[in-house]
Design a protein around this ligand. Structure first.
Ligand SMILES: *Cc1c(COP(=O)(O)O)cnc(C)c1O
Length: 219
């Protein structure tokens, strides 16, 4: 199948699970994860109507996206990978949504850069729902306080929570935990679910699913 056909198929699956869950199909945003794929492949998804994309590395995104954004109006680019402070200014200049705010230091730098550049980004807090030592993210029991800190003390626009469940576990309980934490924070948006589990994530209330290989192929 071509990228356009695989995109159509994922869009269709998102819509049918959403309907089955009693939700409007457009209540679930599809973030097409284009990391490692070249601009020409991404262009075929854009030509098919996709406008929201995710990349996990600032440097790689800088090589592809300024052109692609200039070619097509209405592109929304999400950073879904870890961010170092020394890349924060570049990230703020290029991305529209940063989904991986995971510690106080990066939150402070992002807040300052957003103001300095006069940009109006939206942010997600990444939660380490499995408390995995090698994985980024705020601990579940620190999430409510961290969201309050980012929104109220730093003046950021935190719109939701994001998680990447442990690869070897059933993702359902992690999605349920993220949904519960978001409710406690008064946040409505949940970025959860990838190629292998986005349908489950939608059943648990995902408002964004981040799908790469099911659209673009194996990396
Ligand atoms: C790569 C990546 C995805 C997409 O993964 P697929 O399994 O290819 O759909 C989603 N979220 C994050 C954070 C990623 O790094």
């Amino acid at each position: 199948m071509t990228v356009a056909e695989q995109l159509d198929s994922v869009v269709g699956r998102v819509a049918s699970v959403a309907r089955r869950a009693g939700r409007e199909p457009d209540s679930v945003q599809l973030v097409a994860v284009s990391k490692t794929f070249p601009a020409d492949v991404i262009r075929s998804a854009i030509a098919r109507g996709q406008r929201v994309f995710g990349e996990n590395r600032v440097q790689e995104a800088q090589q592809k996206w300024p052109h692609l954004k200039a070619e097509t109006a209405g592109i929304e680019l999400h950073l879904i990978g870890p961010l170092q402070s020394n890349k924060a200014a570049d990230a703020v200049a290029l991305f529209d949504v940063i989904e991986t705010v995971d510690r106080e230091k990066i939150a402070r730098v992002l807040s300052e850069e957003t103001k300095r550049q006069g940009r109006s980004l939206r942010f997600y807090i990444q939660v380490n729902t499995g408390l995995e030592p090698q994985k980024a993210g705020i601990a579940p029991d620190e999430t409510v306080e961290f969201v309050r800190f980012c929104n109220q003390e730093l003046g950021m626009t935190v719109e939701g929570l994001m998680c990447i469940p442990p690869a070897a576990e059933n993702p359902g309980p992690h999605f349920a935990l993220l949904a519960k934490l978001a409710a406690e924070c008064g946040l409505r948006r949940l970025s959860m679910g990838m190629s292998g589990d986005f349908e489950t994530a939608i059943e648990f209330g995902a408002t964004s699913v981040r799908v790469g290989s099911a659209i673009f192929g194996t990396r």
